[in-house]
Structure formats: C-alpha cells, structure tokens
Design a protein around this ligand. Structure first.
Ligand SMILES: O=C(CO)COP(=O)(O)O
Length: 246
C-alpha cells in the first residue's frame, strides 16, 4: 500500500489536480493507493478515485462520538455515508497538538470499524525514546493499548503505520534495517495477541521522510508492506515513483 497523507496542504482545486495527475501518471497500480486528504476534499476526491480501481480515499481524523455538539468534527457515520474507505488515526501530530492518547484512539478505531471504515493506526517513538533504547517498549505499549482489545476479525481490518516521530518531515529516514526491526517486532506482537495468520495478513506501513530515492530499499524489507508518505505525496513527480516501488 502507498498511502499519501496530505496533512493541511492543498486547496480543493489543487487537491483535484494532484489526485488526477497522480492517477494519470501512475495508471492502474500494482498496490493499493490511498489519498489521505483534508476533510473539505473527501467527497470530491472519492468521486475521482471511485472511477479508478486500486485508488482509495482516507480521512485524516474522525471524532470518537457518534454525533452531537462537537463543533467542527466529523463522525464515523458521516465518513461511511460519504463512501470514505480509510481513516488515519493516532498520527503523532494529533497526539502532540491535540492531546490524543491510545485510549481515545482505541475508541475511534472501534467506531471506525463498526461503521465499515478501515483504520490506518499510526504509532512510533520520539527521538529521546529511540536514543534511550526504549523504542520497542513504547511502540509495544501503543500497539497494546490501541489494538489489543479488538477481536481478531476486527484486527484483520486494521492497517498499521510505524512512523518514528524523529523521521517525520525531518528528511531523516529510519534505515531499512531500523524499519524492518520495528515492523518485525510489531508483527510479532500482533501474532502473540491475535495469532500468526492475522499477523501475516496485517499491512504494516513505514512513514517518515519516504522519498523516491529511499522507497525501493525500504519496501524491499520483508516486513515493510508500503509507506505512509507526507511531503513526497504532494506531487505526482515524487509520489508516482513511490507507488511504482511497490
Ligand atoms: O507523517 C508522515 C505521514 O503521515 C510522514 O511525513 P513525511 O513523509 O513528510 O516525513
């Protein structure tokens, strides 16, 4: 899977041109391609991807309650009714700037699954944790708190994105071996909790300064099933080679 997280970039007209440009240049993809677009563009981009096999749309967030007085928020039911395929949950920017924790993210994951939307669950450690050698402990805890209450058939619907915070938007990428080690660790956690066949079927994406120049090497690692791409998903020139690396 090649997933782009556009974050708070692109106006609706820019987003339309971007999605159309990528689809035209990449053609029918050999992997699933997901556009994680700003809320205002969800239905517009869905209309485009619906015409092209292999292309999907993701929301970048979702509220954990079903409905009510939550000004500015979107519910799972709204996304589902609009035909949105995926929702990115637990991104480090939401954790840092909006105070989201794994308990809340777990609630959101349950709501998304109940509405038929596939969660892309983001986890990953900060630099000080990596330097202290505690990254497996911290990511292990994130996975446990957000996912271990799910039933195996729910877990089968979840995509995981390992995004070391120190690699996001910094130009510093985890080495292929660092990515592989963490992905293998995550898959083992999933296997221990949900069984080997669920773990084998789980898509685990790497995110953090994925570029055309490093995508192929990262994706060649056995437990790296694709990428969640920020900056390099904002132009066809950069994103198409990343799609084609899968
Ligand atoms: O946060 C990311 C994707 O969700 C990664 O962002 P960059 O690819 O810009 O480092």
């Amino acid at each position: 899977m090649a997933a782009g997280n556009w974050k708070m970039n692109t106006t609706p007209s820019e987003g339309q041109a971007l999605a159309e440009g990528i689809i035209t240049a990449a053609g029918p993809p050999a992997t699933k391609v997901v556009f994680g677009v700003p809320a205002i563009q969800l239905m517009q981009i869905k209309e485009i991807t619906a015409k092209h096999e292999g292309y999907y749309v993701a929301a970048q967030n979702m509220h954990h309650e079903d409905k009510g007085a939550y000004t500015g928020e979107l519910s799972a039911a709204m996304l589902a009714d609009a035909g949105i395929d995926y929702v990115i949950l637990g991104h480090s920017e939401r954790r840092d700037y909006f105070g989201e924790d794994d308990h809340l993210i777990n609630t959101k994951i349950n709501k998304a699954l109940a509405a038929g939307i596939l969660p892309i669950y983001c986890c990953g450690e900060k630099l000080d944790i990596r330097e202290a050698g505690s990254h497996e402990m911290i990511v292990g805890k994130q996975i446990e708190q957000a996912l271990f209450s799910l039933a195996p058939e729910q877990m089968e619907q979840v995509v995981i994105a390992y995004e070391p915070v120190w690699a996001i938007g910094t130009g510093v990428t985890a080495s292929p071996q660092q990515a592989q080690d963490m992905h293998q660790f995550i898959r083992t956690q999933i296997a221990n909790q949900f069984g080997q066949s669920v773990a084998d079927g789980t898509t685990i994406l790497y995110g953090g300064s994925v570029k055309p120049a490093n995508a192929e090497e990262l994706f060649s690692m056995p437990d790296v099933d694709g990428g969640l791409v920020g900056g390099a998903s904002l132009s066809a020139e950069n994103f198409v080679p990343i799609i084609k690396a899968l």
